[in-house]
Write a protein that binds this ligand. Structure first.
Ligand code: SAM
Length: 198
Protein backbone atom coordinates (compact mmCIF):
# COMPACT_ATOMS: atom_id res chain seq x y z
CA UNK A 1 0.00 0.00 0.00
CA UNK A 2 1.18 3.49 -0.78
CA UNK A 3 -0.26 6.90 -1.45
CA UNK A 4 -0.08 10.65 -1.13
CA UNK A 5 -0.62 12.91 1.88
CA UNK A 6 -2.61 16.15 1.62
CA UNK A 7 -3.54 18.81 4.11
CA UNK A 8 -7.26 19.46 4.43
CA UNK A 9 -9.04 21.39 7.17
CA UNK A 10 -5.80 21.52 9.16
CA UNK A 11 -5.30 17.76 9.11
CA UNK A 12 -2.85 15.54 7.27
CA UNK A 13 -4.94 13.20 5.13
CA UNK A 14 -3.07 10.15 3.90
CA UNK A 15 -4.67 8.16 1.13
CA UNK A 16 -3.58 4.59 0.70
CA UNK A 17 -3.97 3.47 -2.88
CA UNK A 18 -4.55 -0.24 -3.41
CA UNK A 19 -2.56 -0.82 -6.53
CA UNK A 20 -3.75 -4.37 -7.12
CA UNK A 21 -7.20 -5.84 -7.83
CA UNK A 22 -9.30 -2.90 -6.75
CA UNK A 23 -10.34 -1.39 -10.07
CA UNK A 24 -10.05 2.21 -11.27
CA UNK A 25 -11.23 3.57 -7.95
CA UNK A 26 -8.14 2.32 -6.16
CA UNK A 27 -6.00 5.27 -7.19
CA UNK A 28 -6.77 8.89 -6.53
CA UNK A 29 -8.14 10.91 -9.46
CA UNK A 30 -7.50 14.64 -9.93
CA UNK A 31 -11.20 15.43 -9.78
CA UNK A 32 -11.45 14.18 -6.19
CA UNK A 33 -8.62 16.48 -5.08
CA UNK A 34 -10.16 19.44 -6.92
CA UNK A 35 -13.65 18.82 -5.54
CA UNK A 36 -12.21 18.43 -2.03
CA UNK A 37 -10.33 21.75 -2.28
CA UNK A 38 -13.48 23.36 -3.67
CA UNK A 39 -15.49 22.16 -0.67
CA UNK A 40 -12.88 23.44 1.73
CA UNK A 41 -12.13 26.77 0.05
CA UNK A 42 -15.65 27.81 -0.85
CA UNK A 43 -16.70 26.98 2.68
CA UNK A 44 -19.61 24.92 1.48
CA UNK A 45 -22.08 24.72 4.34
CA UNK A 46 -21.69 21.04 5.17
CA UNK A 47 -21.89 21.00 8.94
CA UNK A 48 -24.56 18.50 10.07
CA UNK A 49 -25.69 18.07 6.45
CA UNK A 50 -26.16 14.61 4.98
CA UNK A 51 -23.78 13.82 2.12
CA UNK A 52 -23.78 10.72 -0.04
CA UNK A 53 -20.74 10.07 -2.22
CA UNK A 54 -21.14 7.86 -5.29
CA UNK A 55 -18.16 5.94 -6.72
CA UNK A 56 -15.96 7.15 -3.88
CA UNK A 57 -12.83 5.23 -4.85
CA UNK A 58 -10.17 6.03 -2.29
CA UNK A 59 -12.70 8.14 -0.35
CA UNK A 60 -10.99 11.56 -0.34
CA UNK A 61 -14.16 13.57 -1.05
CA UNK A 62 -15.98 11.74 1.75
CA UNK A 63 -13.09 12.34 4.14
CA UNK A 64 -13.02 16.09 3.49
CA UNK A 65 -16.83 16.39 3.69
CA UNK A 66 -16.64 14.57 7.01
CA UNK A 67 -13.85 16.83 8.30
CA UNK A 68 -16.12 19.75 7.38
CA UNK A 69 -18.75 18.37 9.73
CA UNK A 70 -21.08 16.48 7.38
CA UNK A 71 -22.87 13.20 8.07
CA UNK A 72 -21.31 11.18 5.29
CA UNK A 73 -22.30 7.99 3.53
CA UNK A 74 -19.45 6.76 1.33
CA UNK A 75 -20.38 4.32 -1.42
CA UNK A 76 -18.78 2.33 -4.21
CA UNK A 77 -19.09 -1.07 -5.82
CA UNK A 78 -17.85 -4.18 -4.04
CA UNK A 79 -14.40 -4.52 -5.58
CA UNK A 80 -13.36 -0.96 -4.74
CA UNK A 81 -15.04 -0.61 -1.37
CA UNK A 82 -12.08 -1.98 0.67
CA UNK A 83 -10.12 1.08 -0.40
CA UNK A 84 -12.62 3.50 1.15
CA UNK A 85 -13.19 1.19 4.10
CA UNK A 86 -9.54 1.68 5.02
CA UNK A 87 -9.01 5.33 4.15
CA UNK A 88 -12.23 6.90 5.42
CA UNK A 89 -12.13 5.82 9.10
CA UNK A 90 -8.33 6.14 9.25
CA UNK A 91 -8.54 9.82 8.32
CA UNK A 92 -11.67 10.81 10.20
CA UNK A 93 -11.57 8.97 13.54
CA UNK A 94 -11.25 11.38 16.47
CA UNK A 95 -11.41 14.27 13.99
CA UNK A 96 -14.91 14.34 12.60
CA UNK A 97 -18.10 15.39 14.32
CA UNK A 98 -20.02 12.47 12.76
CA UNK A 99 -18.48 9.09 11.96
CA UNK A 100 -18.88 8.37 8.23
CA UNK A 101 -20.58 5.19 7.07
CA UNK A 102 -19.05 3.20 4.21
CA UNK A 103 -21.53 1.08 2.23
CA UNK A 104 -21.77 -0.84 -0.98
CA UNK A 105 -23.88 0.85 -3.63
CA UNK A 106 -23.55 -0.60 -7.10
CA UNK A 107 -25.36 1.52 -9.69
CA UNK A 108 -28.05 -0.56 -11.30
CA UNK A 109 -28.02 -3.46 -8.90
CA UNK A 110 -28.33 -1.84 -5.49
CA UNK A 111 -31.61 -1.84 -3.65
CA UNK A 112 -31.80 1.93 -3.72
CA UNK A 113 -34.57 2.06 -1.13
CA UNK A 114 -31.94 0.93 1.39
CA UNK A 115 -30.42 4.37 0.99
CA UNK A 116 -33.48 6.32 2.01
CA UNK A 117 -34.46 8.04 -1.22
CA UNK A 118 -34.61 11.84 -1.29
CA UNK A 119 -33.09 12.23 2.16
CA UNK A 120 -29.63 13.58 1.27
CA UNK A 121 -28.74 17.24 1.36
CA UNK A 122 -25.85 16.62 -1.03
CA UNK A 123 -24.92 13.92 -3.52
CA UNK A 124 -21.31 14.09 -4.67
CA UNK A 125 -19.24 12.29 -7.23
CA UNK A 126 -15.78 12.80 -8.67
CA UNK A 127 -14.87 11.29 -12.01
CA UNK A 128 -17.87 9.01 -12.04
CA UNK A 129 -18.90 10.02 -15.57
CA UNK A 130 -16.26 7.96 -17.35
CA UNK A 131 -17.72 4.67 -18.60
CA UNK A 132 -20.59 4.79 -21.04
CA UNK A 133 -21.92 1.33 -20.10
CA UNK A 134 -22.66 2.61 -16.60
CA UNK A 135 -24.43 5.85 -17.60
CA UNK A 136 -28.01 4.54 -17.58
CA UNK A 137 -27.59 2.95 -14.15
CA UNK A 138 -25.78 6.00 -12.77
CA UNK A 139 -28.58 8.22 -14.03
CA UNK A 140 -31.23 6.02 -12.46
CA UNK A 141 -29.30 6.04 -9.18
CA UNK A 142 -28.98 9.82 -9.09
CA UNK A 143 -32.63 10.32 -10.01
CA UNK A 144 -33.76 7.94 -7.29
CA UNK A 145 -31.58 9.39 -4.54
CA UNK A 146 -31.93 13.10 -5.27
CA UNK A 147 -34.89 14.90 -3.76
CA UNK A 148 -36.22 18.39 -4.34
CA UNK A 149 -33.79 19.84 -1.78
CA UNK A 150 -30.73 17.78 -2.75
CA UNK A 151 -27.75 19.56 -4.26
CA UNK A 152 -25.65 17.52 -6.65
CA UNK A 153 -21.94 18.13 -7.16
CA UNK A 154 -20.20 16.26 -9.95
CA UNK A 155 -16.53 16.86 -10.69
CA UNK A 156 -14.63 15.41 -13.57
CA UNK A 157 -12.84 15.61 -16.84
CA UNK A 158 -15.18 15.54 -19.81
CA UNK A 159 -13.26 13.24 -22.11
CA UNK A 160 -15.70 12.16 -24.79
CA UNK A 161 -18.82 13.46 -26.49
CA UNK A 162 -20.85 10.76 -24.69
CA UNK A 163 -19.78 12.35 -21.39
CA UNK A 164 -21.21 15.64 -22.62
CA UNK A 165 -24.34 13.83 -23.73
CA UNK A 166 -24.71 12.46 -20.20
CA UNK A 167 -24.57 16.01 -18.80
CA UNK A 168 -27.08 17.18 -21.43
CA UNK A 169 -29.45 14.39 -20.43
CA UNK A 170 -29.02 15.36 -16.80
CA UNK A 171 -30.15 18.87 -17.75
CA UNK A 172 -33.59 17.46 -18.59
CA UNK A 173 -34.09 16.79 -14.88
CA UNK A 174 -31.63 19.13 -13.15
CA UNK A 175 -30.77 22.76 -13.29
CA UNK A 176 -27.07 22.17 -13.91
CA UNK A 177 -24.31 24.77 -13.96
CA UNK A 178 -20.53 24.68 -14.11
CA UNK A 179 -19.32 26.31 -10.88
CA UNK A 180 -15.59 25.72 -11.19
CA UNK A 181 -13.11 25.03 -13.92
CA UNK A 182 -9.48 23.94 -13.57
CA UNK A 183 -8.14 24.79 -17.00
CA UNK A 184 -4.75 23.17 -16.39
CA UNK A 185 -6.07 19.78 -15.37
CA UNK A 186 -9.26 20.20 -17.41
CA UNK A 187 -11.50 19.31 -14.51
CA UNK A 188 -14.95 20.87 -14.15
CA UNK A 189 -17.30 20.96 -11.20
CA UNK A 190 -21.03 20.96 -11.92
CA UNK A 191 -23.70 21.86 -9.42
CA UNK A 192 -27.21 20.57 -9.94
CA UNK A 193 -30.64 20.90 -8.38
CA UNK A 194 -33.67 18.95 -9.50
CA UNK A 195 -36.08 20.82 -11.72
CA UNK A 196 -39.45 21.31 -10.09
CA UNK A 197 -41.38 18.69 -12.04
CA UNK A 198 -38.67 15.98 -12.21
C1 SAM B 1 -12.59 6.97 -12.17
S1 SAM B 1 -12.94 6.27 -10.61
C2 SAM B 1 -13.05 7.71 -9.56
C3 SAM B 1 -12.83 7.37 -8.11
C4 SAM B 1 -12.90 8.54 -7.14
N1 SAM B 1 -14.22 9.13 -7.12
C5 SAM B 1 -11.86 9.59 -7.46
O1 SAM B 1 -12.22 10.63 -8.05
O2 SAM B 1 -10.69 9.39 -7.12
C6 SAM B 1 -14.67 5.79 -10.82
C7 SAM B 1 -15.31 5.19 -9.59
O3 SAM B 1 -16.65 4.78 -9.93
C8 SAM B 1 -16.87 3.50 -9.37
N2 SAM B 1 -17.88 2.77 -10.16
C9 SAM B 1 -17.81 2.40 -11.46
N3 SAM B 1 -18.90 1.70 -11.82
C10 SAM B 1 -19.69 1.65 -10.72
C11 SAM B 1 -20.96 1.06 -10.46
N4 SAM B 1 -21.64 0.39 -11.39
N5 SAM B 1 -21.47 1.19 -9.20
C12 SAM B 1 -20.81 1.88 -8.24
N6 SAM B 1 -19.59 2.46 -8.43
C13 SAM B 1 -19.04 2.33 -9.65
C14 SAM B 1 -15.51 2.81 -9.46
O4 SAM B 1 -15.41 1.70 -8.58
C15 SAM B 1 -14.59 3.95 -9.08
O5 SAM B 1 -14.39 4.04 -7.71
Amino acid sequence: MSGPTFNFCGHDVTIHEELVDCGVGSTIWDASIILSRFMEQTELELEDKSVLELGAGTGLVSIVASLLGAKVTTTDCGETLPCARGNVPRNTELRSKHAPVVRRLEWGSADLDDFGPKQYDYIMGSDIIYKEETFADLYKTIMHLAGAETVLYLAGRIRFSVDEDFLDTLKQDFYLSCVYEDTVREVYIYRGEKLRNS
